[in-house]
Design a protein around this ligand. Structure first.
Ligand SMILES: Cc1cc2nc3c(=O)[nH]c(=O)nc-3n(C[C@H](O)[C@H](O)[C@H](O)COP(=O)(O)OP(=O)(O)OC[C@H]3O[C@@H](n4cnc5c(N)ncnc54)[C@H](O)[C@@H]3O)c2cc1C
Length: 348
């Protein structure tokens, strides 16, 4: 397994549970180094692999703002998001995976592998395996070095973690603003011990997080707070890659494009397809089952409406439409409720 992120650890833990010998290699020395996610867990992700209470904070409301900063709240009693201490969560997932019998080697980078007698031999360490999984993120080196498909459509995101804002309303604050966030949104999240403020937009645009922060400063008073940490990265939104597996090799998580094209959430899919991918790998190796990639391709939901909704968001004047909807609270609550809370928004 290349990569000790959400997909790699979920897959490795499940594989060890099937009685297979699993090695994870991870280039980062500390789980909390270079975090490139806001780390929000949707309820379904928490159902998949429950994070401990001290690492999460439940958020039950979403406040949506139009370009004029007019806003409205949408909430549902039976749903929540979890802000996370993301560094702590990744460290905890790593420990849980180790406890399940997996060997996790940190500070080891994948630099290629050669095929010998139906096995992979890793460059540098010389480790030998029957099956190789690339769970190594949106710019997957495994995909590049093994000649598999690559993510070409993506969003760019940048985030600052500020000293906590004690007065901030306990909501996920989402800003639809085509000037600063064409193709996605800006956000303020009262997180675990920090307040996270971020912005993502199409890759062809520049992420002007400072400009965005100046715009929303009257609402939150961020300029009086210190920035404790900076995060950033890319989010693939083109959907599952055509060519995400080959002989003895499979990509999972962001590496394979397993991200919701609409919400850009990927942690739940990483957990879910990490686990399902592991079951398919175990069946393939232990009982001669089909290639795990074929199994995933058949079961992976196309969700054409999510791609259609993304097209609408990209091509129609989303800001003006939202401003109009904010003047019609019932319409707003129906549409926003569907996007944020409806199970159809997330893979089962
Ligand atoms: C700014 C931003 C905010 C986001 N916010 C959210 C959110 O709030 N909720 C949500 O659900 N999703 C969010 N996402 C998406 C989510 O972070 C990803 O979908 C998720 O992290 C995918 O997990 P993964 O395990 O596939 O990949 P990753 O989390 O990228 O893990 C890949 C791992 O592989 C390692 N690696 C890479 N190359 C090598 C190598 N050569 N050798 C060894 N190891 C290697 C990396 O160090 C890393 O640890 C966000 C993304 C961004 C960019």
């Amino acid at each position: 397994m290349v990569g000790a992120g959400f997909a790699g650890l979920a897959c490795a833990r499940e594989l060890a549970g099937s009685g297979l010998k699993v090695l994870v290699i991870e280039k980062k020395r500390n789980a909390g180094d270079h975090i490139h996610t806001t780390g929000i867990l949707v309820k379904e992700a928490q159902d998949e692999w429950a994070a401990p209470a001290n690492l999460v904070r439940a958020i039950r409301r979403v406040r949506v703002y139009g370009p004029s900063l007019r806003s409205a709240v949408v909430e549902r009693d039976d749903y929540f998001f979890l802000a996370t201490d993301t560094a702590g969560l990744l460290g905890w997932l790593q420990e849980e995976t180790r406890k399940s019998g997996v060997e996790v080697r940190i500070g080891e980078t994948f630099r290629g592998a050669r095929r010998e007698n139906g096995h992979w031999v890793l460059e540098e360490s010389g480790a030998v395996c029957r099956f190789l999984v690339g769970a190594d993120g949106a710019r997957s080196p495994v995909a590049r070095l093994m000649d598999l498909g690559r993510n070409t459509q993506y969003l760019k995101g940048v985030e600052y973690a500020y000293e906590p804002l004690d007065q901030a309303e306990l909501s996920l604050h989402c800003f639809v603003d085509p000037e600063f966030a064409p193709g996605y949104i800006g956000w303020v999240l009262p997180g675990v011990g920090v307040t996270q403020v971020g912005l993502a937009c199409h890759s062809r645009h520049t992420v002007d997080l400072r400009g965005f922060i100046r715009r929303i400063d009257p609402l939150f008073g961020l300029s009086k707070r210190r920035v404790l940490e900076k995060r950033g990265g890319i989010i693939p939104i083109g959907g599952l890659l055509r060519n995400f597996y080959g002989e003895g090799v499979l990509l999972l998580g962001d590496a394979a494009g397993m991200v919701s094209p609409l919400t850009a959430g990927g942690i739940h899919r990483a957990y879910l397809y990490g686990r399902l991918g592991a079951q398919a790998i175990a069946h393939h190796l232990q009982a001669g089952g089909p290639h795990p990639g074929e199994v995933i391709r058949k079961g992976y939901p196309g969700r054409p409406w999510q791609h259609a909704a993304r097209w609408v968001y990209d091509h129609l004047p989303a800001g003006a439409m939202l401003e109009a909807a904010l003047r019609m609270p019932r319409v707003f609550r129906r549409v926003a409720g569907k996007i944020f809370f409806d199970r159809m928004s997330w893979p089962e």
